[in-house]
Design a protein around this ligand. Structure first.
Ligand SMILES: CC(C)(COP(=O)(O)OP(=O)(O)OC[C@H]1O[C@@H](n2cnc3c(N)ncnc32)[C@H](O)[C@@H]1OP(=O)(O)O)[C@@H](O)C(=O)NCCC(=O)NCCS
Length: 158
């Protein structure tokens, strides 16, 4: 029987300052207009909710801002070569679970109007379009609109 190398199952854990280099590298490879390392450092300093998904290395991450009765998803990213394997869905479900446990009944996010793949994922996970922010993002030529999406979050089951 051929020996198959053991692959650690991806697990979620809090993002720390030690992750900023790996996260920053994924970020730069995933977006034309990426967050800087400083954006992640600022988010951690501001105690935003931030987690990484990793096996042998960091696969992806999210950053979210909990509010009084809502959670705003600020960043969700999977390394390009690890996309399409369910990891983004897992991160999104983790954000919703955090909101549920904290008693925050609504999730919000903005997504580029051209980012059909991410929007399809959000719709599959119950988000609906609730608005449009004109010229919200920088773009190669001028600015690009953001689509504002929202979904409700159920309270944790007893
Ligand atoms: C958007 C993003 C986070 C989604 O992450 P992902 O890991 O690719 O998402 P998933 O794998 O969970 O779902 C995406 C697709 O994989 C499919 N999929 C899910 N599980 C799968 C599996 N086990 N095997 C194969 N395909 C699978 C899904 O059906 C879905 O199909 P689609 O190609 O029609 O969209 C990721 O593409 C990304 O980081 N993009 C760049 C950054 C970005 O745009 N972030 C969002 C900004 S608002």
């Amino acid at each position: 029987m051929n020996a198959v190398p053991a692959t650690a199952a991806p697990r979620l854990r809090p993002m720390t300052l030690h992750d900023v280099d790996a996260v920053g590298a994924i970020e730069a490879s995933a977006y034309g207009f990426a967050w800087t390392r400083g954006n992640f450092i600022d988010s951690l300093a501001a105690s935003h909710l931030a987690e990484v998904l990793e096996d042998e290395r960091v696969i992806g991450y999210f950053v979210a801002l909990p509010g009084v009765d809502e959670m705003h998803l600020l960043n969700i990213t999977i390394a390009p070569h690890r996309q399409g394997q369910g990891h983004g869905t897992r991160l999104l479900d983790a954000v919703a679970a955090h909101a549920s446990v904290r008693g925050l009944p609504r999730l919000w996010l903005e997504v580029r109007a051209s980012n059909e793949r991410a929007m399809a994922l959000y719709v599959r996970r119950g988000f609906v379009v609730v608005g449009r922010r004109r010229g919200y993002y920088p773009a190669a030529e001028g600015r690009e609109d953001a689509i504002l999406m929202s979904r409700s979050v159920a309270a944790p089951s007893a």
